[in-house]
Design a protein around this ligand. Structure first.
Ligand code: ATR
Length: 502
């Protein structure tokens, strides 16, 4: 609870009551006058409350001296009530704070101590030692919240938790890299997870990386996660916005699966693989920039992965990691359905781009009988991609564009030009601005944000049929579901599954 007044905190608590099992009152966020009135908060809250007054050096807002802070804690514990529900259920005391009278009072009144350690800059090297040495008596809960600046930092915390099995504790990797430590808290050995009412503008997150409470409860179904829950996820970097958790978690919920799908942002694929083993992850969707980098970690792979050289689906099997590529089938299913065709025989197709996405597209076009021209800004990459298939190639220049005259039944745009979030000027990018559509081309852009790129708009204005990459995204995810679970995708749920925008 990080609002400025107790009244506002109670309002917020009421609104989110059904998602929370307990509340943490962050006294350091309260206005100074309000801080004097905290004693009645547990009774008004009607659920177990943690009393926390965090110093600025530990990531909190309290800037007064230690004396003032201790007095406030004492005020929160004063006049213990016989009915324990009227007392704070927990008191957060930092591991370096030594005030035995306070601890004594807490124990007498049935208030449990959370012995906490924060490092807002990084993750300490000796975490297991730290965890063991922090606890001063058996009834304390140890809380360690350390900033993860890398995937390795999260791995350190996860392993420390395993080493200290049996201790009552809460371990948090703060920041974006550690987001899944807040969802898989059971697996990290934590008693509970802290989250916040982020959608209330006056209730800021109390620590970097905190998840919105409804998202934790509804999307990730936090309360259902146990050691038996199957874990899936998506990895990439920076992985700031991904709609895959929404897709998979909704399906898991609708079919009643004990499974969860989480974001695994990773700056090192090596460390992420280690974490996946520690967490017994069943399957991982692999996205930019790791579709090629993941290949050395595969124990075996599908033909598509071998030929295309890119893998977007990692599945744990008794024989190790299996790598598959569902982008390729997702693409051809989507385009063939759009064209009402079963293959690309007699179709003359231009592919714009020669990167990872283009490789999947060209593989499928070849498999299904198309004649293809590949055009790329960097011409030698077009030549290299075309060579094994004996396809035509060229640059995104006048000569290349001229070649398109003979390959224009279908035109497929695979580059990131025109994609939202690449750079501010990018939206107007049209990689074949020199090409004049005749209006009979079938035109596909793999980009789906925005729904209509500058390239698709021009094609549509000329009278062409256009298709963006959204349908392909869903289709590749359905194949991924099958790969992960061994089951057919439950098509009847599709209309209820959200995948970002449609
Ligand atoms: P992806 O996996 O998304 O295909 P990639 O492998 O990095 O990503 O490939 C990016 C592709 O988009 C390349 O074909 C790239 O052209 P270059 O090989 O010349 O770099 C192409 N690309 C990216 N931005 C582009 C732009 N503004 N105009 C034209 N091509 C662009």
């Amino acid at each position: 609870m990080t609002a400025k007044t107790l009244g506002r905190n109670l309002e917020i608590l009421e609104k989110y009551r059904k998602y929370a099992d307990m509340a943490e009152l962050r006294v350091d966020y309260l206005d100074p006058d309000e801080r004097l009135l905290i004693r009645r908060f547990p009774e008004l809250a009607g659920m177990p409350v943690i009393l926390t007054i965090r110093r600025d050096s530990d990531g909190g807002l309290f800037v007064g001296g230690e004396g003032a802070r201790i007095s406030l804690m004492a005020r929160g514990l004063a006049y213990a009530e016989a009915d324990r529900r009227r007392n704070f259920a927990y008191l957060d005391i930092e591991e370096d704070l030594n005030v035995s009278s306070l601890e004594e009072a807490a124990r007498t009144f049935g208030t449990r101590i959370i012995r906490s350690y924060h490092n807002i800059k990084g993750t300490d090297a000796d975490l297991p030692v730290k965890i063991r040495s922090m606890r001063r008596s058996g009834d304390e809960i140890v809380k360690v919240a350390v900033m993860a600046n890398s995937t390795r930092d999260v791995l350190e915390l996860l392993c420390a938790g395993k080493e200290c099995e049996g201790y009552e504790k809460v371990l948090v990797s703060m920041g974006h890299f550690g987001i899944y430590s807040r969802i898989l808290s059971e697996q990290f050995g934590s008693l509970f997870s802290y989250c916040s009412a982020l959608s209330e503008s006056d209730a800021p997150p109390a620590a970097p990386g905190q998840i919105e409470i409804r998202e934790l409860a509804n999307l990730y179904r936090f309360r259902n996660i146990t050691r038996a829950t199957k874990i899936y996820g998506v990895t990439g970097y920076p992985l700031k916005a991904t709609s895959s958790p929404s897709f998979f978690n909704t399906v898991f919920e609708l079919e009643g699966s004990n499974a969860v799908y989480v974001p695994f942002p990773a700056d090192s694929i090596t460390d992420l693989i280690e974490i996946s083993k520690e967490l017994n992850v069943e399957g991982i969707s692999v996205t930019v920039p790791y579709k090629e980098a993941i290949i050395p970690f595969l124990d075996f792979e599908s033909d598509e992965v071998r030929v295309i050289g890119a893998c977007n689906t990692l599945t744990s099997t008794p024989q190790g990691w299996l790598g598959t590529n569902t982008d390729a089938r997702g693409f051809s299913d989507s385009l063939l359905t759009f064209l009402s065709k079963s293959n690309f025989k007699r179709q003359r197709v231009t592919v714009i781009g020669a990167g990872g996405a283009a490789r999947s597209v060209v593989f499928e076009l070849h498999r299904l009988g198309a004649k293809v021209l590949i055009l790329n800004r960097t011409i030698h990459k077009a030549r290299r991609l075309a060579a094994p298939y004996k396809f035509a190639w060229g640059g995104l220049d006048e000569q290349g564009i001229e070649k398109m005259e003979k390959y224009r039944d279908i035109i497929i745009q695979t580059t990131s030009a025109g994609m939202e979030g690449i750079n501010p000027d990018n939206l107007s990018d049209d990689p074949v601005a020199m090409y004049n559509f005749c209006g009979r081309e079938e035109v596909m852009d793999l980009v789906y944000k925005p729904k209509v790129t500058a390239f698709l708009k021009r094609a549509s204005n000329a009278g062409c049929n256009i298709l963006n990459g959204f349908d392909m995204l869903i289709r590749q995810a359905r194949y991924q579901y099958t790969q992960f679970t061994g089951k057919e995708f439950p098509e009847h749920f599709l209309s209820r599954v959200q995948f970002g925008e449609s």
